[in-house]
Design a binder for this molecule. Structure first.
Ligand code: HEM
Ligand code: HEM
Length: 198
């Protein structure tokens, strides 16, 4: 008999499209974090840092586009249910919701912050989106600081989320990590060890 603390599994793996969106998002977030500029506003918007800043802004905007695609999929197909305890289910839902919120607010605070500071959004492709709102410099600077904190927070949270994925795979030996990996990679890292727990 199934223990009362188990939830029901209805699917065992995310599809290739969702897996691709997930891993592309993860790579883009890490690259955006690595290219984030620090220092004074004068330094950040200096001509010498144009390319670095534009690259960072472009990576961040790509994260927003991927988020829109992921949310469309998420709303239209629901959440994958894996048989684990109610506690784990609650914790993973809380972490995933926080990651989604950060994927939205990290780029948004930066874009609105830059606009309020009076800077256009400039992408490496040459696209320039001028501020659609009048400047309010000190509010913009506050949002820019919030952006840097949230940018750090998403990487910490994603790191813990990754550790949880590895814990599921190597300690609990369930299908949670396997559900997000392409079959070829799963076979390479020992997919045979993955088995159903429920
Ligand atoms: C997921 C996407 C993003 C992540 C993870 C991220 C991360 C970061 C981090 C960690 C910093 C601080 C770097 C440091 O202090 O050394 C930073 C700064 C900055 N980011 Fe982003 N960023 C993202 C998206 C964006 C976007 C879309 C824009 C577009 C405007 C942007 C514009 C900036 C600017 C202008 C700064 C300097 C902020 C200041 O101190 O005034 N970022 N970012
Ligand atoms: C910046 C990096 C990352 C971000 C922003 C991120 C974000 C997310 C989000 C939002 C979900 C929820 C998908 C849903 O709607 O159900 C998810 C699922 C998942 N992620 Fe990540 N992720 C990142 C990195 C990683 C890494 C490095 C790993 C593995 C080592 C990983 C493993 C997983 C797994 C296994 C799931 C499915 C969990 C489940 O269905 O219970 N993620 N990720």
């Amino acid at each position: 008999m199934k223990p009362a603390s188990m939830t029901v599994r209805t699917l065992t793996s995310y599809g290739a499209l969702v897996q691709t969106l997930h891993w592309l998002t993860a790579i883009l977030v890490v690259l955006a974090f690595a290219t984030g500029l620090g220092g004074s506003e004068l330094r950040i918007y200096a001509t010498a840092h144009d390319f670095e800043r534009q690259l960072h802004e472009t990576l961040g905007v790509c994260v927003l586009v991927l988020l829109a695609l992921r949310l469309y999929w998420r709303i239209s197909s629901g959440r994958l249910r894996i048989a684990v305890s109610h506690w784990t289910d609650f914790a993973s839902a809380a972490v995933h919701t926080s990651l989604y919120l950060l994927l939205l607010f990290v780029p948004l605070t930066a874009i609105v912050g830059a606009w309020l500071e009076g800077h256009p959004l400039t992408l490496v492709t040459g696209v320039v989106l001028p501020a659609p709102v009048p400047a309010a410099h000190s509010l913009g600077a506050t949002l820019a600081s919030v952006h840097t904190w949230l940018g750090d927070a998403i990487v910490w949270l994603a790191g813990m989320h990754a550790m949880a994925g590895l814990y599921h795979h190597y300690i609990l030996r369930d299908q949670v990590l396997a559900s997000m990996l392409p079959r070829w990679l799963l076979q390479r890292i020992g997919g045979a060890a993955v088995r159903e727990r429920a």
